[in-house]
Write a protein that binds this ligand. Sequence first.
Ligand code: SF4
Length: 694
Amino acid sequence: VIEIGTPERSVITTCAYCGVGCSFKAELNGDQLVRMVPWKHGKANRGHSCVKGRFAYGYATHQDRILNPMIRDKITDPWREVSWDEAMSFAAGRMRGLQDQYGKNAIGVITSSRCTNEETYLVQKLTRAVFGNNNTDTCARVCHSPTGYGLGQTFGTSAGTQDFDSVEHTDVVVVIGANPTDGHPVFASRLKKRLRAGAKLIVIDPRRIDLVRSAHVSAAHHLALRPGTNVAVVSAMAHVIVTEGLAAESYIRERCDWEEYLAYSDFIGDARHSPEATELLTGVPAAELRAAARAFATGGNGAIYYGLGVTEHSQGSTTVMGIANLAMLTGNVGRKGVGVNPLRGQNNVQGSCDMGSFPHELPGYRHVKGAEVRAIFEKAWGVEIDPEPGLRIPNMLDAAVEGTFKGLYCQGEDILQSDPDTKHVAAGLAAMECVIVHDLFLNETANYAHVFLPGSSFLEKDGTFTNAERRINRVRRVMAPKNGYEDWEVTQLLANAMGAGWHYTHPSQIMAEIAMTTPSFAGVTYEVLEEKGSVQWPCNEAHPDGTPLMHVDGFVRGKGRFIVTEYVATDEKTGPRFPLLLTTGRTLSQYNVGAQTRRTANVAWHDEDVLEIHPHDAEVRGVKDRDWVRLASRAGETSLRAKITDRVSPGVVYTTFHHPDTQANVITTDFSDWATNCPEFKVTAVQVNLSNGP
Ligand code: SF4
């Protein structure tokens, strides 16, 4: 028991883990953070929290943090601690030298959804205004980029359509490819409360997630599909709705493009989308597909929540569009209790996408080819903006291997651990002549770096995060940055070392520039956030208090657009050598690659990644619970312990990816979403055999 006493002061800030965006009161004695108390006035959490936000902040003061800049000529040299001036001069000199030698497109940036909106805005501005290209990408590339594409195409903007409160009005909850209990725990509690009150639940997931137990058995449908067949299941549900006359025709006539709907209904009504045909592809019994479709179409307000089990597929964007079709088909967009809601994994995935981190979009989801949009930023920044979209992360790595991409500024991302095909990532990094890693810790990517710039934690900075319901929450400085600078200041130092002449003195000035250039943020100021606590974008003259529900009077794009979603099987095939399908997910107490959660004082959290395997598949391999097994794919292999469970179906295995020893991404393939290059992390053909351990 630790005696904390009465804290001397407190600061209200926002959790830096998941996209729920819980507000916390950080309590301090002197400079010591003694407790994180969930804040009762936080609009996303109303006094609730999960174990990560409440207890897993020790990483911010962990001894592993690097507090001084370091440089080295070659990646085989030892690191040399230097002043900030020397580090910036070295980094700027190398990056400019690479542009002189190889052309302006030879360098770029990767930013993180862990960073604030203001930091992210500055990083894409660095790319466009200082580097002079559009080679800026974000870790959302490997998680929710298909959301950007799919919802943009169908609704006109990439965002959840309703606020968390809206779930109180939902009668049928569809959860597809998400596990809120572990990934978004505070919102999961609200879902469970609604289910206990009688709402029906439809879970579309290869694994029986905890939420299934929360609904009355008679009110729960679990469609345990074969990994990689989301599109077929969603299409089968739409087929039932269309062919049984359950579509909301008057809504569709009024709100959607009718001609496109007619083309879609012809397509989806074809017998190849029938539940019987779909059962063969997906393994989901036709009767269950039919029952779930009827429940969704006739059960009242229907809301769809989805996660990376939708997006991280070769057809991730297609599934997102299929989900949007399903919502429009049943009239379930534009009022309380309904809608389509991407559950964003990291704290600021929504914000990093909003802020123009993608190589084809300026802030506010406006294509860089648009001359009028470029003109807004050219006027604000005093530069000309390249109209050609830049390189995505996988394109940067390919170009590096080919010898045309030479320099990378990587902020808050460990791409060697988090991106697919680890060997290819390593080859790309090794081929570059200047890799700048800006992070709290010397991560795996830093093994290939020439410059290390120490980062600041969320406790050491001012700014804003935008959560999964588009809510812009303030992040407030709880303690001074241990490295001397907040991350936005480090980006400014680099920009100025390259000749930019920026002179921001506080993130509120960056937000003022965002508001000036981005219509959906036009009414957002730090004063407004102080007064209201938080606001949901769009926040502007038309919506001064923000916008909890989108697409109320019409879709952002005008008429909602039905898009034909043809199921195309992934190229990743099972066969005699690799007969099982591996899919992945998270556990409650850990977070992504574990850089933060593994650096907490509580050893009870340091669980391991295990391989869930069905009793039948375990028996035929002679595997018992807790045995070490070798998990092998066409890409690579690793070892981990087996957990025998019928939560997964025969033929499917499942693991988490929190521990570097497991190296789950050594196993995964390099297949990716056809529209966005989001990697297909969720489907890998594997074999499992008994082993002697790592
Ligand atoms: Fe943080 Fe998400 Fe947990 Fe809330 S639910 S405390 S935002 S990790």
